[in-house]
Design a protein. Sequence first.
Length: 112
Amino acid sequence: MLLVAVVQTKLYQVVSLFRHGARYHINSYYDGNSTKEVWGELTAVGMRQHETLGKMLRKEYIDKLNFIGSTYKHGEIEIYTTDVNRTFQSVISQLYGLYPLGTGSRMPFVDK
């Protein structure tokens, strides 16, 4: 006997919790040649990791499910981050993947 149940569900909220992307080391133990200016900062690889994650989220929640709009609206998304540069860069990179250039609101042109 085959029993099939069809359940209708509705998505109300998505919570995405993530850590920063790849970063430079935080001391000179392994690489004594690097400068302190880059210690702990996000690398280009870390930025690309979050951009890729943003693109994946866009495919799922914008293109496939139509859960959020295809252009950025500040009332649809809330972002929380720690006060560390690499986490800010991670969020910005992920948002760039979620809403690439050209998908935002148009800025009004002001002629001076």
